[in-house]
Design a binder for this molecule. Sequence first.
Ligand code: PSU
Ligand code: MN
Length: 304
Amino acid sequence: MITPVLSAEVQAARAAGTPVVALESTIITHGMPYPQNIQTARTVEEDIRTEGACPATIAVLDGRLHVGLDPDQLDRLGQARNVAKLSRADMAVCLAESGTGATTVAATMIAARLAGIEVFATGGIGGVHKGAELSFDISADLQELAQTPVTVVCAGAKAILDLPKTLEVLETLGVPVIAYGQDELPAFWSRTSGLKAPLRLDSPDAIARAQRMRAALGLPGGQLIANPIPAEDEIELSTLQPIIDAAQAAADADGVAAKAVTPFLLQKIFELSEGRSLVANIALVRNNARLAARIAQALGGIDG
Ligand code: PSU
Ligand code: MN
């Protein structure tokens, strides 16, 4: 097994028994424009520290798997162009070829597990894309949740996805999809989706206990926590739906495919919403980071 390179902060947290929360880096390189990407990454790390936990942003830099980036490394990644977007399929080649790449949800889960980190905060996971019955575009994030034991806190699946199909695939794969504090599945920029979440839990403790029970049952895989965006930051689905439809139509017209789809749609929605989608995206990632820190603390109180 390879040993990830731990940042000084993560090493100190380990020594002190401070809980650690993993963060992905594709959201920095492919999910948000510069310079808000770096500012957000820093703010989110600070939110985790304020909750008494330690942030560990994960990326592959020059052929090494980093768990925790120092401020310089974070800056360089946020300004770099043509950084690879790494999922399960790409990680080994990138490392073996001494490459640099940002980790998606799937790749971040793999790295978190290698580093013994049990909780990970992001914005939204990948899922089943609209038109998947023809394109077969289903994110590797879903398979990863089925096999890698990390609790992932997101704000629901992005409304650019086919949400009912995403829930169906997660159910087939045996992934617990747990709405936090409400019955409905949140839809990233909005608190509501019109879909009932399969499961609901109301406290970090309850989420931590469920994770331990899953392991005690001998089941592989993680849990998906869908944490609704704070009410004051949400953009209602009715406002966003025409924008999402226009972005999807542009992607179809341009023949955008595979890995390029999610970054393309996020950028188009950012432009068409005149930046509103980004403001909401930042608020929901921060909200997820705070909850993840509390879950990490609760897990620390229960033997693993
Ligand atoms: N959430 C965001 N912005 C993003 C992503 C998630 O708010 O850019 C990224 C994550 O890294 C996720 C990836 O794993 O999009 C999914 O990409 P794909 O659909 O190609 O699997
Ligand atoms: Mn895809």
